[in-house]
Every structure is written in C-alpha cells, then in structure tokens.
Design a protein around this ligand. Structure first.
Ligand code: BGC
Length: 494
C-alpha cells in the first residue's frame, strides 16, 4: 500500500508539474491565433491598442497573482493554494470562452491571469518541498519544457479550429484551456500537504506521516524520513529566528550583498521579456504576415512549426545547462537572438513596402521577393530556438539559485512578479509598435538582446555548480571581508 502511495504521489506531483506548465504555456500561446480568426474579429472588432489590451489583461492579473501567492501559500498551505488557483482559473476560462462582450472577455482574462500568476509561484515551491532533493534542480528546466509543450499544443489547436466555419472557431480553443485546470483541481485532492508547510504550522506528526508515505512505504522510523524531518525542522527554526520579516530587507547591502542579488534577479527576469520572445509568442501570425505569408492558414501553420521549434530547442538546455554554465548560455543566446532580430529588421526595412490591411485594421509590410520572405521566416525560427536553449530556462534558474534561504521566498515573489510586469508591457506595446514602426520593432529588440549579452558578461557571476555557501562568497562583499581579515591580521601582529 505504502509503495503504491509513493508512486501515486510521485507520479501525480510530476504530472501536476507537467499539467501546470502546459496550462501556463497553453494560455500564453492560444491568444495569438485567436486574434487573427475571422469569427473572433467579427465579434470583437479591434485595432492594435485593443488587441494589446486583450493580451495584456491576462498578464496584469498574473502580476498581482504572483505577488499575492506568497501570503496565500503561507496562510492556507501549498496544497489548497494550488486548488484555489486551479478553481479560479476554471472560472476565468469559462468567462473567456463564453464571452460576448469586451467587458466579459477582459474580466475572464484578468481572473485567469490571477490564477496563472499565483500558480507560477506556488507550483514550483510545492514541487521543491515534496520531491527528493536529488531531482530539485532539474524541475525548473522541466517546467520550462512543459510550458513550451503547452504553447505548441495551443498553436496547433488554433490551426485546427481555424478550419471550423462558426464562432466555435475561437471558442473551442478557449474551452480546451479548462481541461488541464480541471485535472489539476481533481488531482489536488489526492496530493499530500507539503511536509515543510506542516512543520512550519507545528503539525510535525502529520509531516512525519507524509514523509513516511512519500519516502519509505509508511515507515515513520526509517532513517531517510527522520533525517529529512530533522533537516526541515532545523530549517524552519532557523527561518523563524532570522528569516526576513519584511520586504525592506531585500534592499540591504550588508556583507551578503542582498541588494545586488535582488537587482541581478529582477533584471534577469526583466531582460528575459525584453528579448522580445513574447512579441513572437503572442503575435506570431501577424509577424509571419510581415514575413510574406499571405493567407491565415499558412500563417497559423508557420506558427505551429514555431511552437515545435521552441519545444525541441529547450531539450538541449535540460541536458546541458549544468555542464555549460549560465553565463556562456545567456551570452551566446543573447548574441544569436540579437543578430537574428537585426537581420529580420534590416530585411524588412530594405525589401519591404508598408501597406494598410483593411480587414485587420492595421499596417503590415509587403516583401518584394520570395528569398527575403524565407530568410525572415528562417531567422524567426533561429531567434526562437536561441531563446529556448538559453534565456527561456536560465531566466528562471538564475533567480532560483542566488538567494540565501531566509529571503528566498520574498525575493522570488518579487523577481517573478517583475517577469510578469515586463511581460505585460510587451503584450501591450508590441501590437502598437508593429503597426507604427514595423521593422523598427525588431531592431529595438535586437539591440536589447546584444546589450543584455554585454550586461551578463560584465555584471553576472557564474553560478554553475555552486553550493549555497559558495553563493555567499560569490556575491558577498569579498573586498570588505578581505579588508576585515587584513585589519584583524594587522591588529594581531601589533
Ligand atoms: C517565459 C515566457 C515565454 C516562454 C516561451 C518562458 O520562460 O517566461 O514569458 O512565453 O518562456 O517559451
């Protein structure tokens, strides 16, 4: 019985992780195709600014959801927070899929966003608290991979339902997003409480039972169980005594240089969005239209291929990120993405003619020859593949590994919210940029990518293979402690 439980829980939490990633990714991807569907455009006639707000309303919700997650998960626990997030998501999903007015659509997107943002904090936290420590590192890359699977699925569903000649064309993809959420709702009932949270709420006996069921077929006295329990207990006591009580502590300089680490975490998350990846993820069909694909079906097909490229190119990261290191990955990715964007912008600038598309209500570029169209499409794929092996996973890995335990929760909720904030801004302004300065949009992102590669080279220390204590040496004010040592030495000598 015990061992069955281990497998069921282990399996369910792994599946939970995958479903969660798929839900996150599906939600990011699904809207891009919908915005271009004829039936959607008939019911929701919108220009660039309105399109931006349909995309960005979800992301605004995500920002607040991520900020609220820390408090909620401490109050009601991880398990029930996942449940709340999934139920809220279902409500948001139903509102979107059944909407007939802009107001209902925006409300549905904001509500779904609150859930996505909340879950983006809690699922990884819960995962890391119930899984054996050997596999914790891999989880971050795996989560990124399931996000890309979700994006790819959504692109292909959009492509498939485009063929339907009724409003179901856009409603079905929105109904489908509820499926993984319902599976999460049901699955949560079978999941155990996080042992870490139980100990933090003085429910030690229950924590030992959960650990025993997860790790040793129900044997509460097994060494693994007792050791892990002791470790958790020590951690909790430690955190209660010295953990950061307020967000102000994130601004402290001190010998540990917390402020520097927070800034590095915040900037790497903002940079991840400023690469322009979501310009492509949210507006791919329109971008393919600039690349010379005339009909909607071929644009959605190219978008589907884009989803596959993104998914497949994440695999090398899962395998090699720990060997290659963070810095070379981020720098090479930044330079490759920057070059691709600059090439795309230059081709559009030199071979394109601007025109106004009456049916879509905005400006596009017409490319005068097939060669330049193909080149643009190829470089969009090169850009996406370069993001997928580098900034996609590493943008999340780096902030997860640089903070000392006592401030990790607070620091990560700030860095995660920052990712959503910049994601929101990109979602909002990109359609306006694509309509007004078209090729200039690509040049702006291209320049950002190159500058960010330089910033990584100059400011970011390599964190590959470093333990928590080594992180302190890496980021701490080494000069200051050296001076201290020197002074002490001199004093002793005197
Ligand atoms: C980013 C998302 C992005 C996705 C694309 C994630 O790491 O945070 O904003 O849409 O990668 O695969």
């Amino acid at each position: 019985m015990g061992s069955v439980y281990v497998y069921v829980c282990g399996g369910l939490s792994a599946i939970g992780n995958v479903f969660w990633g798929v839900l996150f990714g599906y939600d990011i991807g699904v809207i891009s195709g919908i915005l271009t569907m004829p039936y959607f455009r008939k019911e929701f006639p919108s220009g660039p600014a309105k399109e931006g707000s349909i995309v960005a309303s979800l992301l605004a919700g995500c920002f607040f959801g991520a900020l609220a997650a820390g408090y909620l998960s401490d109050r009601i626990g991880r398990k029930y927070s996942v449940l709340v997030g999934s139920v809220v998501f279902v409500v948001g999903g139903i509102l979107q899929a059944s909407s007939t007015t802009f107001a209902q659509m925006y409300t549905g997107r904001v509500i779904a966003g609150l859930a996505v943002g909340e879950l983006s904090m809690i699922v990884p936290l819960y995962q890391s608290e119930i899984s054996p420590k050997e596999i914790r590192g891999r989880l971050v890359s795996l989560q990124q991979w399931s996000i890309t699977i979700g994006i790819a699925i959504s692109f292909w569903i959009d492509y498939a339902t485009l063929q339907i000649d009724s409003p179901q064309q856009w409603r079905i993809p929105l109904w489908i997003q509820i499926v993984p959420a319902i599976i999460l709702v049901i699955g949560t009932f079978f999941l155990p409480f996080s042992p870490r949270w139980l100990v933090d709420h003085d429910r030690d006996e229950e924590a030992i039972t959960v650990l025993a069921n997860l790790r040793s077929k129900g044997d509460r006295n097994a060494t693994v169980v007792q050791e892990e329990y002791r470790e958790i207990k020590e951690n909790v006591t430690f955190e209660r005594e010295i953990a950061a009580k307020s967000y102000w502590e994130l601004l402290k300089v001190g010998p540990e240089n917390i402020r520097r680490r927070v800034l590095l975490g915040v900037f790497i998350q903002a940079f991840q969005q400023l690469t322009g990846i979501n310009a492509i993820m949210y507006y791919a069909p329109q971008i393919f239209s600039n690349a010379g694909l005339a009909d909607n079906s071929s644009r959605l097909l190219a978008t589907g291929v884009n989803g596959l490229v993104n998914m497949l190119a994440t695999i090398p990261a899962i395998i090699w990120i720990d060997r290659l290191g963070r810095k070379p990955t981020l720098i090479s990715g930044g330079l490759l993405m920057g070059s691709s964007m600059i090439i795309i912008g230059s081709i559009l600038a030199t071979h394109g003619t601007k025109y106004f598309d009456e049916s879509l209500g905005k400006h596009f570029v017409y490319l005068d020859n097939k060669g330049s169209s193909y080149a643009v499409i190829v470089f969009i794929y090169v850009f996406v593949a370069s993001f997928a092996y580098s900034w996609g996973p590493t943008g999340w890995i780096y902030p997860a590994e640089i903070f000392p335990l006592r401030i990790r929760g607070k620091a990560m909720s700030v860095t995660t919210a920052c990712n959503w904030l910049f994601n929101f801004v990109i979602g909002l302004v990109v359609p306006i940029l694509l309509d007004s300065i078209i090729w200039g949009t690509y040049l702006i992102f291209g320049i950002f990518c190159v500058l960010m590669a330089a910033a990584i080279y100059i400011f970011y220390p390599e964190t590959k293979g470093k333990s928590l204590e080594e992180m302190d040496n890496l980021f701490g004010n080494v000069q200051k402690s050296k001076n201290l040592e020197k002074n002490e030495g001199e004093l002793e000598a005197a």
